[in-house]
Design a protein around this ligand. Structure first.
Ligand code: HBI
Ligand code: FE
Length: 301
């Protein structure tokens, strides 16, 4: 990103680390109303689609009734996993973002989308950041993963590996799936803050669902303006935490000379999950790749 140019947030009062005051009292009744509407609409579809620990932790946040107060949640979160929430005007520079994560500070955008943007938004707003990301910060393993991920940022930037490391955020923080005892579930903030992609990611037979592999993820391109063509599937959040013990430098060196993997394709070495339109009926972990078909819907934030 650039220094706030072309971004919606107000960057005129930022601290050196891009944090600001949340100014909770400034939210209007109309904004609290819209928040309630977004929250109700989105939480209704979660059962059967979202990871159960995500749902449980969302409920703990007690944020259905009004736009949440970061300070209050932050205290509770810190007691649970050592993370804090910090208020930001929107996207922050990569090095700043990584530094916040490495220090267990999760940047949450302060502004809320407009009523006409219920379904689609380009930049992250408070609904995406809070509803999508904060519940997972209560999961101790995921929380440790995200801090370890942030600690890898500086090296990636120095080595030209930012693009590769950012894919671990995209695929495993924004759009991650997990295979649970009750079937495939979504835990990524990008899909969970979107009505349509939550259901699509878990049930539609079109996208590829590939068993998680660190280097496979880091080699794979993504699009930000459409539903994902590939999702990566965990069996446990431990896989993410363990992956962060892998030395990254050799991966960046290997990937720099290789073309990125097109997310509409799969590799013969992939372990693929197949679904038949019903989250409860995950069929098989097979070997044969399946083709994706083009579709035109935009990705809601
Ligand atoms: N800033 N506020 C905010 N939120 C993000 O998700 C974010 C960011 N800055 C950079 C960034 N993400 C990405 O480059 C990461 O995927 C690495
Ligand atoms: Fe996000």
């Amino acid at each position: 990103m650039n220094q706030g140019n072309n971004l919606r947030g107000d960057y005129s009062h930022i601290n050196d680390d891009y944090t600001i005051q949340q100014d909770w009292d400034k939210y209007t009744d109309a904004e609290h109303d819209l928040w309630r509407k977004l929250y109700a609409r989105q939480s209704r579809i979660l059962p059967g689609y979202a990871a159960e620990d995500y749902i449980r932790n969302l409920e703990k946040l007690d944020a259905a009734g009004q736009i949440p107060h970061f300070g209050r949640v932050s205290e509770q979160l810190h007691a649970a996993t050592g993370w804090h929430l910090v208020a930001v005007p929107g996207l922050v520079p990569d090095d700043v973002f990584f530094d916040h994560l490495a220090n267990r500070r999760f940047p949450v955008t302060v502004w809320l989308r407009k009523p006409e943007e219920m379904d689609y938004l380009v930049e992250p707003d408070i609904f995406h950041d809070f509803f999508g990301h904060v519940p997972m910060l209560y999961d101790p393993v995921f929380a440790d993963y995200l801090a370890a991920y942030g600690a890898k940022g500086a090296e990636a930037i120095a080595m030209g590996g930012l693009k590769n490391l950012a894919r671990m955020y995209w695929y495993m923080v924004e759009f991650g799936l997990i295979m649970t005892e009750h079937g495939l579930r979504a835990y990524g903030a990008g899909m969970l803050s979107s009505q349509t992609e939550t259901i699509y990611s878990v049930t539609d037979s079109t996208p590829n669902r590939v068993a998680f592999d660190l280097e496979r993820v880091m080699a794979t391109d993504y699009a930000i303006d459409d539903f994902q063509k590939t999702y990566f599937v965990l069996e446990s959040y431990d896989q993410l935490f363990d992956a962060m013990k892998t030395p990254m430098a050799p991966i960046y060196e290997r990937l720099v000379d290789k073309p990125s993997i097109d997310p509409s394709t799969t590799l013969p070495t992939d372990r693929l999950y197949h679904v038949h339109g019903d989250a409860e009926r995950i069929i098989a972990l097979g070997q044969e790749p399946h083709q994706t078909e083009p579709h035109r819907q935009q990705r809601p934030a």
